[in-house]
Design a protein around this ligand. Sequence first.
Ligand code: NAD
Length: 335
Amino acid sequence: MITRIGVAVVGCGMIGQFHLEAMKNLPEFEVIGVWDANPSLAAEVAQKWNIRPFCSFEEIINDQKVGMVDICLPSGLHGKYGVEAAKAGKHVMVEKPIDITIEAAKQLVDACKSSEVFLATILQNRFSPSVAKVKDALNKDVLGRLLYGEATIKWYRPKEYYTARLSRGTLQYDGGGALMNQGIHTIDLLLWFMGDVKHTRSLVKTSLHPIELEDLGVAIVEFESGAIGTIIGSTAMKPGFPESIELYGEKGSIALEAGRIIRWKVDGTEEGPHLDGVPVGSGSSDPGGIPIENHIAQFRAVAQAILANEQPPVSGEEAIKPLQLILDIYHMSGK
Ligand SMILES: NC(=O)c1ccc[n+]([C@@H]2O[C@H](COP(=O)([O-])OP(=O)(O)OC[C@H]3O[C@@H](n4cnc5c(N)ncnc54)[C@H](O)[C@@H]3O)[C@@H](O)[C@H]2O)c1
């Protein structure tokens, strides 16, 4: 029986290095090495972690010790590299968004199925204990019939964030701006809590930054259930504010801010014991400000599922839902 999964991290930028930091806490993963289009970065990161700097992607997929390829590349490359890894018989873990087009995302899902390998997509905020508690409460009908859900991501990124990497803020690599890149976590949670969407109306703009994509977008949605939702996503709201989700149902309202429960006003329930005292991190003004605990929790769940030969969370099909909604928001705004 396999007790550890050999991992190669592909992409040594901000999130690739964050993954290495998170994985050091998990004995289920043995990080074999890293690869990046920038060989000196790969060498530097490999030296820091005392792992192998792979010279090419082919080297990774031909390495018998690598059981899973962890894709931390710009979003528009996720599907392409994921498909190659799956065809070589490697499990695939891929950062959000699963890709930037539905076609590429579905190709990745199909490639993993036909090669009989697992696909896990990173949407780590689902693994925050407070988010899981809200999900559990909704499953137990604590709010009754849901009426309205609101996702608010008023974040800020300075100009340097977009100029630091050629890929950032570009249609080719990011596929979308504030909604696709930053807002997707909160949009995913809104869908997870409220259910699938029936209709979307939207207005999306590049309001502040000199980028190809939106830095401000607003959408109104109607869920399959008949409930209504609103979404605002931005990277132009200086200085950046913690993201939030507000849920309103027949029996009251629950709200989360940056992964922490800040409201639990439910009929017949005392609010105090449900509130979280300690603030959790947010990427509101710094991409590195996200809390590492959620990544660690998702990695642990992924590793345990794969070792038990079960589908790890979050499946490709689940990850396509927020991608589809964001693409619909762009489409309805004429983008
Ligand atoms: N889950 C989260 O909270 C979170 C946070 C940040 C980023 N992300 C996701 O992680 C991914 C990477 O984002 P990032 O901020 O780390 O980007 P980044 O630009 O910092 O890093 C990307 C790395 O990929 C390398 N690269 C680019 N093209 C390549 C290619 N063709 N082959 C090999 N390497 C290549 C670059 O040299 C760079 O080192 C994106 O999809 C992003 O959406 C997720």
